[in-house]
Design a protein around this ligand. Structure first.
Ligand code: AP5
Length: 209
C-alpha cells in the first residue's frame, strides 16, 4: 500500500505514522526526519536546508524531491510506503504522480489553536525517534527507550506561527488536489491518539474493500 499522510504541523502525522506502519508492515518516510538527520550530520543537503527549517519555511522542492526519489528506490519500499510530510506543494505532488500511483491520502484535521498547544509541549527522543508530549512523559524520559527527551528547534512559538502560514499557503491546496483524484480520506485529529489510529485503519480497510 502506498499512502500519504497530510495535515498541518502538529496534526499528529508522525504519531499516527508510527502506529499505522506497525499494522501495515510498510516503512514510514518522513521528509522532516530525513532533513533533520542531514542537518545533524551537516551534509551538503543539511547545510542547504537548515535556515529554511529553522525559520518555518519549506525547503526548496528540488532538494526534497531528490531525497524522496532516492529513498523510494530502497528495497524496503518495494511493497509500499507511508509518506509523512511529503508532498507539501503542488509541484511535489505532480512530481510524485510521475513516480507512483498512491492508494490513499489520509488528511488529519486539527484546528490551529490545538496545534500551538501540541507543538509547545512536544518532546522527541534523540535516541529512538519516539514523539510524545509533556503531558504524557512528565519526567522528561522517553517511555520507549528510557533516554532523555528533547525539544525540536522549530517548535518555538514564532516559528510555529510561520509554519502554520506556510501550510495554509503552500500545502492546504493539496486537499483539493487529492480530493479531485478521489484519494482523500479525512479523519478527526482531535480525538484521542488510539481513536485516530482506529479511524485511519478502518477507512483504509473500507477503501481496500
Ligand atoms: P516535519 O517534521 O514534517 O514537520 P510538520 O509537518 O510541521 O509536522 P510535525 O512533525 O511538526 O507534526 P506532526 O503532524 O508529525 O505531529 P506529531 O505526531 O509530532 O517538517 C519539518 C520541516 O521540514 C518543515 O517545516 C519544512 O521546513 C521541512 N520539510 C519537511 N518536509 C518537507 C517537504 N516535503 N517539502 C519542503 N520542506 C519540507 O504530534 C505533535 C504533538 O501532538 C506531539 O507532542 C504528540 O504527542 C501530540 N499529539 C499527536 N496526536 C495527538 C492526539 N490525537 N491527541 C493529543 N495529542 C496528540
Amino acid at each position: 500500500m502506498k499512502l500519504i499522510f497530510l495535515g498541518p504541523p502538529g496534526a499528529g502525522k508522525g504519531t499516527q505514522a508510527e502506529r499505522v506502519i506497525q499494522s501495515l508492515g510498510i516503512p514510514q518516510i518522513s521528509t522532516g526526519e530525513i532533513l533533520r538527520r542531514a542537518i545533524k550530520e551537516q551534509t551538503e543537503t543539511g547545510r542547504r536546508a537548515q535556515s529554511y527549517i529553522e525559520s518555518g519555511a519549506l525547503v526548496p522542492d528540488e532538494i526534497v524531491l531528490a531525497l524522496v526519489e532516492e529513498r523510494l528506490q530502497s528495497p524496503d519500499c518495494a511493497n509500499g510506503y507511508l509518506l509523512d510530510g511529503f508532498p507539501r506543494t503542488i509541484k511535489q505532488a505532480e512530481a510524485l504522480d510521475n513516480i507512483a500511483r498512491m492508494d490513499a491520502v489520509v488528511n488529519i484535521q486539527v484546528p490551529d489553536e490545538v496545534i500551538v498547544e501540541r507543538l509547545s509541549g512536544r518532546r522527541v527522543c534523540a535516541a529512538c525517534g519516539h514523539t510524545t508530549h509533556v503531558s504524557i512523559a512528565k519526567d522528561g524520559i522517553c517511555p520507549v527507550c528510557g533516554k532523555p527527551l528533547t525539544q525540536r528547534k522549530d517548535d518555538e512559538a514564532s516559528t510555529v506561527r510561520n509554519r502554520l502560514t506556510t501550510y495554509a499557503q503552500q500545502t492546504r491546496p493539496l486537499i483539493e488536489y487529492y480530493e479531485k483524484q478521489g484519494l482523500l480520506l479525512s479523519v478527526d485529529g482531535c480525538l484521542p491518539m488510539e481513536e485516530v489510529t482506529a479511524q485511519i485503519l478502518s477507512k483504509l480497510r473500507e477503501r481496500q474493500g
